[in-house]
Design a protein. Structure first.
Length: 161
């Protein structure tokens, strides 16, 4: 299996995992977060399939952080209320962070070994998105674990009043 095929498999597994997390999450914001990231991973999977077939890949029109800002903006009131989280939700976020870290490491190696500039660009785009996913999960975990000390995205605050 080559790096593009491995990337496709990793992205497909991520889609399934994040959809499963969304189904088990009690918070609408958490559910939408997981579904948004699952959609990103589905897009990555489709791009990998296109790359495998030497077809052009259309760049995404938004970034994961922009998508999350839209979700948070739509649910400001829910975000301002303290939502109790379950151990399962926190564990899902830990697993998600680990998956994203592993994907980032793999894509960095794949980028360094890319066969051509198009492949390198593809892996570099995946790295950027997966890093944003990691930060989204990390911020969410911190918020759920201790919302009193939480400052989203380096104290810039997505949930501004």
């Amino acid at each position: 299996m080559n790096t593009i095929e491995i990337a496709a498999k990793m992205e497909q597994e991520a889609v399934a995992f994040y959809k499963q997390c969304a189904e088990k999450t009690s918070s609408i914001v958490g559910r939408e977060m997981f579904l948004s990231i699952a959609a990103d991973e589905q897009y990555h999977f489709e791009c990998a399939l296109r790359m495998k077939e030497d077809k052009p890949v259309t760049p995404s029109t938004t970034t994961p952080l922009e998508d999350m800002k839209k979700i948070f903006d739509a649910h400001k009131q829910e975000m301002l209320q303290r939502m109790p989280s379950t151990a399962g939700e926190l564990e899902a976020l830990k697993v998600a962070m680990k998956m994203e870290e592993e994907a980032i490491a793999f894509y960095k190696k794949a980028s360094a070994l890319a066969a051509n500039a198009v492949e390198k660009h593809f892996f570099d785009c995946l790295i950027r998105d997966e890093e944003e996913h990691f930060h989204i999960f990390q911020n969410t975990y911190t918020f759920l674990e201790d919302s009193g000390n939480w400052f989203m995205w380096e104290e810039k605050g997505i949930v501004e009043g």
